[in-house]
Design a binder for this molecule. Sequence first.
Ligand code: ZN
Length: 245
Amino acid sequence: MRILVISDIHANLTALEAVLADAAGFNYQAVWCLGDLVGYGPQPNACVDRVSALPGLVCLVGNHDKAVLGEIDIATFNHDARAAIEWTRAELSAGHRDYLKSLQPQACSGDFTLVHGSPRRPLWEYILDPDVARDNFACFSTRYCLFGHTHVPIIYHQPGASGLCPDSAPQFGQAQALSVERLMINPGSVGQPRDGRPEACYALVDTAASTWEHRRAAYDIARTQTEMRTAGLPDRLITRLAVGW
Ligand code: ZN
């Protein structure tokens, strides 16, 4: 099966459309979305519509989605994120809220565990270093884990005899073998990349060929920024899109 893996769309419809156009040639049969459909960006309703209609969808809920629903205290978010969550609450229709409410933060499909944050704490934990990744290898039983939340594309490899958990940077546009080695893979963020590159980021998985691939899709960043300004979203959230941080 060929699977499109997307995460952290954050209501950036222009970035999402660019990813879907870029991935179209892959003829994917399923889509795994690792959560945070909304928050930060200007098009929450349209992004929920677009994602929920994708084929073979497994869609997780993220911490921003939960905050918009009022299921997480927004005091735990920074000032700009809080402002975006409050704006999104006012913008999101009742039907779109109901859709987000129906989602879980964790799922399993074949050899893959899917989480928003981490297997240990699916909604909250950030896997940002090899130590946290190493601890999380003990918290899922499948061969592979796909996670989001950090907005940074990366691959963590199964800890070796030394107990160290090596990581490697993605090689964009090059299919990699899914070996017997256990892996934790972050596909990166569609709508707000934070790895120093502004293009939308995502991944492809082919279970028949046993491969995965990180990819980038350039999109009209200025268009999203204009929509954010019109919506009155915080300036820092607007400017960071141009630099991928
Ligand atoms: Zn996010």
